[in-house]
Design a protein around this ligand. Structure first.
Ligand SMILES: [Cu+2]
Length: 158
């Protein structure tokens, strides 16, 4: 628990919001590094860039393949507003190898959401592990109502 608390403090300091233990109540399992498929070649990670704008995601429909490595580059291009990317079901369907926020590397298999200050970006190295269609959105007040939502679909490998 001490390790987790320490990580949470670090993560919050880097504007990566880790929400409270609601996932347990919702019946989600926390991803652990044991979810990581063996022999992932990170040099082959596919890069997908997603812009967080006022107030939409571009693109807003992202398809990932389970078991493959990805580098998601999330950039808040707003000059004025913070934006986040939220949905517990999605964040519990992927396992992180690491996150890099503002040049700082965070080694964690698990995060609950991502909050980005204006004109900042984050690189998420992850492997999707649970197939499904996941609705994601920005939880900053009013942004979802303005249309800041989208879908991440995780497909089974062929
Ligand atoms: Cu927003």
């Amino acid at each position: 628990m001490g390790v987790k608390a320490g990580l949470t403090g670090l993560v919050l300091g880097l504007n990566l919001a880790v929400t409270g233990p609601v996932y347990a109540e919702a019946g989600h399992d926390d991803p652990t590094i044991t979810w990581m498929p063996a022999n992932i070649d990170w040099k082959k990670a596919e890069t997908i860039s997603i812009l967080l704008e006022d107030n939409l995601f571009t693109p807003d429909d992202v398809v990932l393949t389970a078991g493959k490595p990805y580098k998601l580059v999330l950039t808040n291009v707003s000059d004025r507003h913070e934006h986040d990317l939220v949905d517990l079901a999605f964040f519990h369907s992927v396992v992180f190898q690491k996150l890099i926020i503002g040049g700082v590397e965070i080694d964690t298999p698990h995060a609950h959401s991502l909050l980005l200050e204006p004109n900042t970006s984050a690189n998420l190295y992850l492997v999707p592990v649970k197939t499904g269609e996941y609705e994601v959105y920005c939880s900053v007040e009013g942004h979802r109502d303005d249309g800041m939502e989208g879908f991440f679909t995780i497909e089974a490998a062929e």
